[in-house]
Ligand binder design. Structure first.
Ligand code: ZN
Length: 124
């Protein structure tokens, strides 16, 4: 089952936003209720299930995150999973859209073309 964020229209999946972390709803019922209320503010038809996840874009950075996991990220471990505090409640309804084109690595086409050109010149 693909992991996607239940906020709004399920805008993000782990596939199209690999930098985001996805969180299960908390076990603590009082915190869980606040999560459900937040999601219900963005889509009234939402009913929580065991597969429901909220992505890290809806949390207040850095307030809602565990310091140790933020540190790992700052040390360049980009793949390190950000952990939220047990009491953290999502609050950001409309996160800044991820510009997927800008975050994608530049295509290596240019350097390869230059290399091929050099090779061609050397041969002829
Ligand atoms: Zn989301």
């Amino acid at each position: 089952m693909p992991i996607n964020c239940v906020v709004g229209d399920g805008h993000r999946t782990q596939k199209n936003a690999p930098d985001l972390s996805f969180y299960k709803f908390p076990v603590d019922i009082s915190v869980q209720r606040l999560w459900v209320r937040f999601v219900n503010n963005t889509r009234s038809d939402f009913v929580r299930s065991d597969y429901s996840r909220v992505c890290s874009a809806h949390f207040n950075h850095p307030r809602d995150f565990e310091e140790s996991s933020l540190l790992k990220r700052s040390f360049g471990i980009a793949k390190a999973r950000l952990l939220i505090k047990k009491t953290a409640v999502p609050s950001v309804k409309h996160p800044v859209p991820v510009n997927e084109a800008a975050s994608a690595p530049p295509p290596p086409k240019k350097s390869r073309t230059a290399y091929q050109k050099r090779e061609t010149e050397r041969v002829s």
